[in-house]
Design a protein around this ligand. Structure first.
Ligand SMILES: Nc1ncnc2c1ncn2[C@@H]1O[C@H](COP(=O)(O)OP(=O)(O)O)[C@@H](O)[C@H]1O
Ligand SMILES: [Mg+2]
Length: 297
């Protein structure tokens, strides 16, 4: 291993393919605890695939995926995940949905012992997301934005080391989406946690992140363009972002729109030919292992 393991998340030389199609191509990535890391890239480039490898729902074709220095293995409590579609059970109330994870993992004896304390904690969380008075409602009685807030609480109450989110606001209307972006920032500011947030929405990624990773298959390297060359997505840019304020007015500032423009060019333009040796890997945790085929020394 090239890099010493001191990060919450550590991926090195990770490849994933489906059949003959190479999706992820030599992914190197470390994430420090406390970061709100956003991952952005064109639709179909492999963002969800990357998340599945981190959750442990899938094993990489090759390469290393570690959480706190340990192999990810199968999905467990260390990783919480929030999907785009609501993960709530329709026949359970808001409160029951939130308690379900604890109830299932504790076993009936521990559950009975801790039920009161866990229920109190659940109510605290519900208060924070302004859903306290809706605790006895069923999911169909809530709006999409409310359901998604319940899903987030459902994940957070399990106290995962890392919260993985796959386009969690993708199904919401623009106004609700913006409200939930602010809500997520407030949660993250008040509860130290590590978030790995995947989206194809560039504005959302730049707005939310303390770090933005751009995953894309639009780049060049020394492997050439022969038909047999298979090229998958890799991290083509990696920036630290300044967390200024939770105000959304920042989205219309010049610094913000310039960065969005630059990332659009780097990650979303099929004609982009930035060479692997010239990627904008500016974040302090960024590293890159190039093979001789990718970049002749
Ligand atoms: N289980 C699978 N079997 C075959 N192909 C898959 C599978 N999962 C994803 N793919 C393909 O891998 C590519 C990346 O998919 P995905 O990770 O979902 O992209 P993104 O989340 O960036 O939109 C897509 O071309 C998709 O069709
Ligand atoms: Mg996806």
């Amino acid at each position: 291993m090239v890099h010493e393991v001191k990060h919450l998340l550590h991926l090195e030389n990770v490849y994933q393919s489906y059949g003959s199609k190479l999706i992820l191509d030599n992914i190197d990535l470390t994430v420090s605890a406390g970061e709100l890391c956003t991952v952005v890239g064109p639709s179909g480039c492999g963002k969800s695939t990357l998340l599945r490898l981190i959750v442990g729902q899938e094993q990489p074709h090759s390469g290393t995926v570690l959480i706190e220095g340990k192999s990810v293995g199968i999905p467990d409590k260390r990783r919480g995940i929030v999907y785009q579609k609501y993960s709530l059970f329709p026949h359970l109330t808001v409160l029951e949905n939130i308690l379900l994870g604890k109830r299932l993992t504790l076993g009936s004896f521990e559950w009975r012992k801790q039920k009161r304390q866990i229920s109190e904690e659940a109510l605290e969380f519900l208060k924070k997301v302004h859903l306290q008075e809706h605790r006895n409602k069923y999911p169909h009685e809530l709006s999409g934005g409310m359901q998604q807030r319940v899903s987030i609480v459902q994940t957070l109450i399990m106290k995962p080391d890392i919260v993985l989110m796959d386009e969690p606001f993708g199904a919401l209307d623009p106004e609700t989406r913006e409200q939930l972006q602010i809500f997520l920032l407030e949660l993250w500011e008040n509860h130290p946690m590590t978030i790995f947030f995947v989206t194809h929405d560039l504005m959302e990624a730049v707005y939310l992140g303390t770090r933005i990773l751009v995953l894309s298959h639009y780049y060049s390297d020394d492997r050439g363009h022969a038909p047999e060359v298979r090229r998958g997505a890799r991290i083509v840019a990696d920036y630290p972002l300044e967390r200024v304020a939770s105000s959304t007015t920042i989205k219309s500032s010049k610094v913000f729109t310039d960065l969005v423009q630059q990332i659009r060019k780097e990650g979303f333009d099929p004609k982009s030919t930035t060479h692997v040796s010239a990627f904008n890997l500016k974040h302090k945790d960024s590293f890159q292992t190039l093979t001789p085929e990718e970049h002749a020394p």
